[in-house]
Design a protein around this ligand. Sequence first.
Ligand code: ATP
Length: 638
Amino acid sequence: MTVYNENNRSTIELTENFYVNNKSKKKHNLKIQVKLNGTGIYLRHETTEGGHFTEQLIRLEDIVGSNCDNRIRKRVRGGLGSCKRDRDDDDAHHHSENNTDNDPKDLSAYLYIFAYIRKEKPLKRERVVRILRFRSFVSFEENLKCAERWHNAIKVNKQTSDDRRPLLILLNPKSGSGKGRHLFQNEVAPILKEAEIQYEFIVTTHANYARDYIRQRKDIAESYSGIVVASGDGLFFEVLNGIMERLDWRLLTHRLPLGIIPCGSGNGLAKTIAHLYNEPFEPKPILNAALACVSGKNTPLDIVRIELANGDKYLEMYSFLSVGWGLIADIDIESEKLRSIGAQRFTLWSIHRLLHLRACKGKVSYLPWRQNESTAKTKTEDISTDQAVNEEVKAPHSILKHYHDFQEEENDPETILENNEFVDIISHSSRKYNGDSWQSAESRRTAYYSLAGQSTRSQRSITASVLSKIEAANTELEAKTLQSHLPPLKSPLPVDWNTEEGEFIMVHAAYTTHLAADCLFAPESKLNDGIIYLVIIRAGISRVQLLNFLLNMSSGTHLDEAPSSHVQVLRVTAFRIEPHNSDGIITVDGERMEYGSIQAEMFPGLIKVMIPNTSVNNAECIDEYDQNKGAGEVNRNP
Ligand SMILES: Nc1ncnc2c1ncn2[C@@H]1O[C@H](COP(=O)(O)OP(=O)(O)OP(=O)(O)O)[C@@H](O)[C@H]1O
């Protein structure tokens, strides 16, 4: 029976009786009424006396999938609950005595239902398998049809997408303790199988492999339903930047949600998602993440565009986690040499750094966040229609066409271009440059088809038509590129920015709740609130205060203390750090970057991230902020 719920969504209702051999009492077999509807599967067990019954509900959101089979599997992980449907309900007691498990002549069809039931105290996911045996008919095919009817009804009710495209899974075999491959085979692959999700599996061979792969692979948006990274945060950073270095990044970010399975040592993003959806993480961080990757659910994730300058060189990248300057960045990077001792390295190095406290000299500027206002356009504003997205697909070709036109004209003595101009055009139009390569810090425009710096001879020789084509290509490319709203890094900032100059113990910005699984750095953060939480600690803070701050980061209580003139937490949408010393550590998403000026700009909900299938929603921004908190201030005044 098809019914429509309040959201006008059609769901299928099925009800049948099944029987379970009651081996212990050998008297009556248990009758179980199994009912599927838009909420889940109800297993109603009637007791013999007094018409009492017990009922178990397996919620649809906890079911990962179901499979039909023609045999009972000897070993089903997590226990076996077999319900056998009999040929005739009235005759059930007689027939069900006749147990045909593993009988080669068994013509039954079996439906395996896989669920990971959420338990509150303690918070965990418990695997449950329910097996329904269909044997009403004398042919296996007929029985299979019955099983498939249930199988399809579960899919319809779960609103499982018809998208049969596989997931692209990238795994870093070196991340964390180096057991990623093993963890994937044992903990992730079985869940993908239960959810009937196809996947293409790629193991990275070196740093930047994933970034290059994503940047260069042509048919990526059409071939996959999503990209999953099995690693720490470092490989996610690579994939994000590989996507953003493509001209069709809009199409990819619109169509392909990204998932993360935490195999690294930090796992800030995976922990953030689990935390915000109130899902268990320890001791099985991979289970919850794998369930998110098969849930079919996703939500927008804030991305921060970063510009870095060192001398006259310029670098652009995209970040999803944090930017650090000073203490925490120092501890993170400098303690790398103690990696062999595990997580203790952070504690040990924190003590070392507290004893040898360093201050960073420089200037910090920021643009306070205001409700209902953002410097950057949101994802939904950027991609209002599918047409806009589709146009994007054509972009690389149309720009390449300009290049081919130039090539044809190159043979014309009238239109000789400098060879290096062509290199520039090819590399930037197809975006095959190395994302790490430096560009001019003076103007972002030089990253495109610069006409500056040509010889006088070639300038004279370029015809007006070529010039206009180059201009058109520049304009087109600019339209396809994510446009920054900030002035170039070396230019002065607008007047509505706040600036302070002095000595800082650290400046650390975060846009996820967790920097690592054990570090709840920005407890108020949401996945798509469009806010950068900027924590500034000024020089002059006592070591005891600092020690408390570091110790309390694991519980997220480091910002709860009484107002202090040394610690400030700000909500901002953009910031700039200009170090005065030439030596120090700056990190982006936990990775060390060239030391120099850096500016960051929030792009709310720019990409989509896979999330668990749960009704709890602490994760997404629903305009819930207190206006009275005012200009970006969270809880402290200087
Ligand atoms: N096959 C590989 N061999 C060596 N390095 C790799 C390989 N694949 C990726 N990398 C690099 O390893 C770095 C760390 O990877 P990843 O983040 O996955 O693990 P992690 O450092 O243990 O975790 P976390 O970032 O959460 O602390 C990344 O910067 C990535 O570029």
